[in-house]
Design a protein around this ligand. Structure first.
Ligand code: C2O
Length: 333
C-alpha cells in the first residue's frame, strides 16, 4: 500500500525550483467518470514510429506544427489544449497534488507528489507523451503520427540549429560555454556510455531512488539519464534571459516549448534501449512501483487511470523508435 497516486480533488498552489508560487491546476469535476487503461488493440491500431527530428520531412513538420496550432486554439476548458498539456508537467514537477492514501488504515498526512528525481521519472513521462502523441495524431487525423525524437546521442543530432548561435549540444551542460566541436561530441558520447552502460548496470541506478506514498516530495535521487543528459539539456536550451531559464530550463514551464516533446521522446528511447540491452528482464519488481498510477485524458477526452506496470513495454502501447546508430556504445573511456 505504498502506492503513489494523485488525489485529483487536492490540486493547490505549488512552488517552482526558485520557490516562486505557481498555480497550474486544471478544473476538477468530482463526478467525472474514470476508466482503467486498456492496451490498444494490436490488430486494429497501427504502429506509430518515432523518428529522429533531424530527419523529418517538410510535410511532417508542417502537419506537426498544424497540430500544435490546433491545440493552442482549443479552449482552456479542453484538456487537449496546448497549455493544459504543458500544465500537466507543471503540476507534477512542482507538486500540485496531494497523494491518495490507498489504505483505510493509513493515517499519515498525505504528502505531495513530485515525479522528478526518483523512479517515477521514466514511467510518468512515458505516460504523458503517450497520451500527448495520441492527441496530436487525432487532431491531424493521422493515427500513425509518432513524436519526433531529438537524437542527442549521435553527432548529427547534437548539432542544434535552433540554438543561438548554432552550437553543438552539451549533454552535460553546467553553464560552461567553453566546450565545443569534436571534443564536445566525444565527451557527450562518453557520458552516454556511462549513463546507459557502465553506470546503469542496476535498475536503481538507471531509474533512481524508490519513492513511495507517505513521503512528502520525491526521494531525491535521480537515475542516470534523468541526471544527464536530461537535466543539462533542459538548462542548455532554456533562455539565459529568463530568471529560471524558462521555458525549457524550468520544469514548471518546460512543456510550453515544443522541443520538450522531442527531448523527452529521446529520453524515453534511452529507457527502451536500456531495457533492450538487458533483454527486457523485469527491472523493478516492487509492487509499490508497478501499481502506482496516474490519470491522463486520452484523445477522446476520456479520463484514464494508468499504472506503471502498463507502460513497461512500448510495443504494447503500439509505438516504436526508428533505429539509429548508437555511437556511444563504443565510447568506452
Ligand atoms: Cu519532467 Cu524533462 O522533465
Amino acid at each position: 500500500y505504498n502506492i503513489i497516486a494523485p488525489n485529483l480533488s487536492s490540486c493547490h498552489e505549488s512552488l517552482t525550483d526558485a520557490n516562486r508560487r505557481v498555480y497550474c491546476c486544471p478544473p476538477y469535476y468530482p463526478d467525472e467518470p474514470i476508466v482503467d487503461f486498456q492496451f490498444p488493440d494490436p490488430t486494429t491500431t497501427p504502429l506509430r514510429i518515432r523518428r529522429p527530428a533531424h530527419k523529418l520531412t517538410p510535410e511532417f513538420i508542417q502537419n506537426y506544427s498544424n497540430a500544435i496550432k490546433a491545440m493552442q486554439s482549443l479552449p482552456l476548458s479542453d484538456p487537449r489544449n496546448f497549455l493544459r498539456q504543458a500544465a500537466l508537467h507543471c503540476i507534477f514537477c512542482t507538486g500540485s497534488y496531494d497523494q491518495i492514501l490507498n489504505s483505510p488504515t493509513d493515517h499519515r498526512p498525505p504528502g505531495i507528489i513530485k515525479i522528478h528525481r526518483s523512479w517515477l521519472f521514466m514511467p510518468w513521462h512515458r505516460m504523458l507523451f503517450y497520451f500527448h502523441e495520441r492527441i496530436v495524431g487525432d487532431l491531424i487525423g493521422d493515427p500513425t503520427f509518432g513524436l519526433p525524437y531529438w537524437n542527442w546521442d549521435t553527432p548529427e543530432g547534437m548539432r542544434d540549429v535552433a540554438h543561438l548561435p548554432p552550437a553543438t549540444a552539451n549533454d552535460n551542460y553546467d553553464y560552461d560555454e567553453s566546450h565545443s566541436g569534436e571534443e564536445l561530441v566525444q565527451s557527450n558520447l562518453a557520458l552516454l556510455y556511462h549513463q546507459m552502460v557502465s553506470g546503469a548496470r542496476k535498475a536503481e541506478l538507471f531509474h533512481g531512488c524508490s519513492y513511495k506514498a507517505g513521503q512528502d516530495g520525491a526521494c531525491d535521487g535521480a537515475g542516470t539519464i534523468e541526471l544527464a543528459p536530461h537535466n543539462p539539456l533542459h538548462t542548455w536550451v532554456g533562455s539565459n534571459l529568463q530568471p529560471e531559464r524558462e521555458d525549457l530550463g524550468a520544469f514548471y514551464t518546460a512543456g510550453k516549448d515544443p522541443l520538450f516533446y522531442a527531448h523527452h521522446s529521446n529520453v524515453d528511447r534511452m529507457w527502451e534501449l536500456w531495457q533492450r540491452s538487458r533483454a527486457y528482464q523485469p527491472e523493478i519488481t516492487d509492487p509499490d512501483w508497478l501499481d502506482s498510477y496516474f490519470f491522463f485524458y486520452d484523445e477522446k477526452l476520456q479520463l484514464t487511470r494508468i499504472k506503471i506496470r502498463d507502460v513497461l513495454k512500448i510495443t504494447n502501447l503500439r509505438y516504436t523508435y526508428e533505429e539509429a546508430d548508437l555511437p556511444w556504445l563504443n565510447a568506452k573511456p
